[in-house]
Design a protein around this ligand. Sequence first.
Ligand code: BGC
Length: 751
Amino acid sequence: MSIDANWITSPVDFKDAACTFRKEIPLKGRIKKAILRASAMGIYVPYINGERVGENVLAPGWTNYHKRVQYQTYDVTDILTENNTLEFSVGQGWAVGYIGFKGLHNVFADHTSLIAQLEILYADGEIEKIITDTTWDVYSSEVTFSEIYHGETVNKAASIEYMGKAILSEVNAKLIPQVGEFITEHERIIPTELIHTPKGETVLDFGQNMTGYVEVKTKGNKGDRIVFHHAEVLDKDGNFYNENYRSARNEITYILSGNDDTFKPKFSFQGFRYIKLIEYPFDKVDLNSFCAIVVHSDIKRTGNFRCGNEKINQLYHNIVWGQKSNFLDIPTDCPQRDERVGWTGDAQVFCRTAAINYDVEKFFKKWLGDVRLEQTDEGAVYGVVPACFGNKHTRISAAWGDAACIIPWQLYLAYGNKKILSENFDMMKKWVDYLHSAGPEEFLWLGGLHYGDWLAMDAGEDSFVGATANDLIASAFFAYSTSLLIKAGEVLEKDMEEYKKLYKCIVKRFREYFMENGMPKEELPHTEILTDEYNKPNDTVRKGITQTALVLILHFNLCNDEEKPLLVKMLVNLIEEFGDRMTTGFVGTPYIMHALSENGYTDIAYKLLFQEKNPSWLYSVCHGATTMWEHWNSIKEDGSFWSTGMNSFNHYAYGSVYDWIFNVCAGISPTEENPAYREINLAPHPCKELGFVEASIDSRNGKITSSWRYDGDSVHYEFNIPDGVTAHLTLPSGYTKELKSGKHTFKYPIK
Ligand code: BGC
């Protein structure tokens, strides 16, 4: 049904306070069905007769509101009574409030607006449509301040004022029905500890870093105030630390009514593990009155993993919580500081793991729609989608823009839905065409302003960008994206000859330019490097031989098969020279384990997995992490922090190692020929330090499990294969077998 309602707004400017739109609706008779549709420029919460409608929060979610905005549909048949008050609380949200670290606000709209339509089908067949228009009343709200980053003030002692009739508002965004998942509330976590810090602060620890907000149920005097700040970590002395939030205040103020009160924010959310009470009206802190509510897109859990090594189990837990924390309508980099935006690079790095842990098809379908809308006519895809910074503040960077090709392909592998490819094929093609003409050379991507091997460790402690030459990374991703485009085209039965030729030329030119005698060149030709505030420290460091360079060459097949043994040996040497550790950043890390395993060095990959010294996955685990950190060493050895400028404790990117754990430790991988796990390769790699592994995925073709455990002198394997799925089993002994549906067990002596 079309929406015939009008966009309305308040006759007075509420600035950063919310307001309420209200309409009385008497029913004309018995009803058969009633449907409410609504959306906002800002965030809205619907109520009928004082009861909240729907279980979703932070609606209508986040898109580029200049171009499109989702509306949500609620069946309210059972809620309506003879006389009804329909109400919407509306706050600023992403569309109107502050967004990003550039201090921008009003990015998409300079005031909040609401659109709603109640469609009533009466028992006698009559249809009535109640729409937002200038007959609606506007009131002030108990939410007297709200910003996504800065928090919310809920004043239940405030008197609610009538402000007049709504006025029409001009909104040009296209209204589309909800495409993605609803954002909903999940776990409820009560504080595990009340801490009095050395500085004398009163801090509540919820025991888990998360995204959501703190609900408080209490009763006090009218006007009493509870004010608190949030933090992800304590500092080395045990004091509250939130400097890494940068300008995001994350301040919650609850003002009591004098009766029983339940408070929680409606238009803001926080990333946190701790809260510090700034004002509290009672002598004794009642821990039971505080409850942290975890909020994320309503994605369904599909993957599970457990092993005999508690540190790896904690790492897996942190990866899953990194995903929960950053899948909030769009894939965000982090949930706490003045950022929380859809960095394309982070999303592509993590999407493979994401699609094992959860069913993310619908979630990414929505966001890929945003990416398509943000792609320029020339085919460029910028660093952040929705483009809330305005494109000039982000870069067209290799490994970030390549999300346009990588994510659709990974979703196809996970879910087997050709529609994902057909919907995104033009975007993939435009991206590859853009790269084809991006630089001074036709078959390489040279120059430009990239994020490089972001946060890699090989260009010095304080550098944001690693040492690997951007030209090499960019040209390698040019080849990789082209290869994925070709695969997608072939699935869709398109003629891909032109792109196959292009791919050959890219690989040939890559090898001439970056390699010599099958090895990468140390010294690379100089290309002009654009600089900005982040790129200055290491402009001079642009190497052709780094762990990341070798990983890309190996994993993206930019070398011949005969060259692989020497290349992987070189990679292993670099890892060993660095004390059995990685130097890789956002670009190399997602693939380093695969590059090793694919080339016979699973033992070295395991060494990296179990490494506890910085940089490593277990370093943060050993330092008490409950989510993934942005830097390998967000907390340094001496307990100090990396920097206040950029130090998130909830950044999912490095959690991408789970796809290797799943593919190699547990051994389950989908095949390209029969995606969605209809046909799988099953090649587990037992390892003593893991003791046992139990992994599963609820795939589109049923639940697959793979487990193994050491049993005396043998390894005992057990696999469960659902009906209709074929598994190609390869055990480390070399034994192979084709498995069909059912339970299969094997026992082999340890070699
Ligand atoms: C974000 C990253 C992002 C990067 C671009 C950061 O501020 O948090 O995760 O990918 O900028 O390099």
